[in-house]
Write a protein that binds this ligand. Structure first.
Ligand SMILES: NC(=O)c1ccc[n+]([C@@H]2O[C@H](COP(=O)([O-])OP(=O)(O)OC[C@H]3O[C@@H](n4cnc5c(N)ncnc54)[C@H](O)[C@@H]3O)[C@@H](O)[C@H]2O)c1
Length: 454
């Protein structure tokens, strides 16, 4: 404890003495707000390791502690530290509640939670109760509707910031289109589409050794996400992973900031893909061939909004297909679709009724954030967007300001899952969407990516 206190004091002493930090050669953090943020990582599996690498490149961050309970993941994490030439921070790994010790002993300014979904809510609440002011949590925020309400209420009670680390909001094309929307290129928005269309069969199953296939094990015999994520496909039928699609869409139409989701209905197809995969790769006699998966292969969700837009989301993770988030942003003057990389704007596109290649439009409307931070972002995960989401989180903490993605966003986006489950249970009935802001959406103003800072 004494040792920890000494280290904390030391960090505080140097925190305000550092100048502009460098990430990949480009300056990070400017002016009086610049200081070191003491960050702890809970969960250093595959995703936590990506966050770790991004954080390590920032010298406005001190990684004070890490927590994970899987020795193989911890060894990978040690290797990252070894390669970086840094010494390991305090390690908490003694059991599923070791993160609680971390919080009480290290008292970090910020935590980044990258654990299985079922751990997110208790870990967010535990962090808030321990006095952490900035909680970054991986997608999704919780499991049930009550989980989402609990987190919103706790964040309000502690006046702390809970940011879901939804990186797709920062994808370069997604942000260029946001710029176009804000400059009225598409006119008044009417309809939006997105989703999670990603063949996860090699993620949901492996042999307990490799991360992605081969093998058809899940649960205890498997490694990484197959250890926990697949069980959700056994037990639940709904849009289990809505935030990569809905996050960008929410920004396009100012959800929780002048607009809100009002109604939802979901339909699910039959479930075939996961079973067929097991039989094909593991044989009909494999014990997992008798597992019945509740999750329909294609779950389609429609959402209505207070300002009259409709949204179509698709969750498609069990069948062979190339990756696509399937964005479509359509207004009174034109539209963008990412699957065909096309943009059409009436009167401005080269030919009536024909798509322009999106490339020139996206270049023209490249978001100021990307223009400024491109070099810093290059080489970080998912084409650079992982840099931006962490950058926003850390810069908010340094400035002691609200995060640009806040707890209301996290709750509204994640609540799609339990609501879609409910709707499917009721045969596709329309269910009411809760207003986590309790009326504040009417007066709140957009804050996401309004300039080139973070
Ligand atoms: N935004 C993205 O692009 C993206 C990409 C991948 C994963 N994710 C999300 O990140 C989260 C983690 O996914 P992942 O791919 O890293 O999974 P993973 O299985 O590789 O890692 C999860 C880690 O959490 C650890 N863990 C489990 N229970 C714990 C506990 N009680 N205390 C401490 N550690 C615990 C596990 O040992 C494991 O190392 C999920 O929410 C996932 O949806 C997001």
């Amino acid at each position: 404890m004494g040792k920890n206190m000494d280290r904390r004091q030391f960090v505080r002493n140097i925190s305000f003495a550092t100048g502009a930090a460098l990430v990949g050669g480009a300056p990070v953090g400017t002016g009086a707000a610049d200081r070191k943020v003491r960050v702890a990582l809970i969960g250093t599996g595959l995703r936590g390791q990506v966050h770790l690498r991004v954080l390590m490149k920032r010298n406005d961050v001190d990684i004070v502690a890490i927590c994970d309970i899987d020795e193989r993941m911890m060894e990978r994490t040690r290797e990252i530290f070894r390669k970086s030439g840094r010494t390991m921070p305090a390690v908490y790994s003694t059991g599923p509640d070791a993160w609680r010790d971390l919080l009480s002993k290290e008292k970090p300014d910020a935590v980044v939670i990258s654990t299985p979904w079922e751990w997110h809510k208790p870990m967010v609440l535990g962090s808030l109760d321990a006095g952490v002011r900035y909680v970054g949590v991986e997608v999704v925020l919780g499991i049930t509707l009550d989980d989402h309400w609990d987190v919103v209420k706790a964040a309000e009670k502690h006046q702390a910031h809970v940011m879901m680390m939804e990186n797709v909001c920062y994808r370069r094309d997604v942000m260029a289109v946001l710029n176009m929307v804000r400059q009225d290129v598409f006119g008044e928005l009417v309809h939006l589409q997105g989703g999670y269309q990603h063949d996860l069969r090699e993620v949901k199953f492996n042999d307990g050794k490799a991360v992605r296939g081969p093998g058809v094990e899940f649960g205890e015999k498997a490694f990484s996400e197959a250890r926990w994520r697949t069980q959700h496909s056994v037990d639940r039928n709904g849009d289990l992973y809505p935030t990569h699609g809905i996050g960008p869409i929410a920004h396009y139409i100012n959800i929780n900031r002048g607009n809100r989701f009002t109604t939802l209905s979901s339909f699910s197809s039959k479930s075939r893909g996961l079973h067929e995969y097991i039989v094909e790769k593991g044989g009909a006699g494999h014990p997992n061939a008798s597992v019945s998966f509740k999750l329909g292969d294609i779950v389609t969700t429609q959402i209505g909004c207070a300002n009259g837009e409709t949204i179509l989301l698709q969750h498609d993770t069990n069948l062979p297909r190339p990756y696509s988030l399937g964005f479509r942003v359509q207004g009174t003057k034109g539209l963008w679709m990412d699957v065909n990389k096309g943009i059409y704007v009436e009167g401005k596109s080269a030919k009536p009724h024909e798509w322009d290649d999106q490339a020139e439009w996206l270049r023209k409307y490249d978001h100021p954030l990307w223009k400024k931070w491109e070099v810093s972002a290059s080489g970080t995960g998912h084409g650079g967007m992982d840099f931006f989401v962490m950058h926003a989180f850390i810069e908010s903490a340094k400035r002691n300001l609200p995060t640009p993605l806040d707890v209301y966003d996290a709750a509204a986006w994640s609540a799609i899952t339990p609501l879609s489950e409910r709707s499917i249970r009721k045969g596709g009935s329309v269910v009411a969407f809760p207003d986590f802001t309790r009326g504040k959406w009417k007066d709140r103003k957009p804050v996401f990516a309004m300039n080139d800072e973070y």
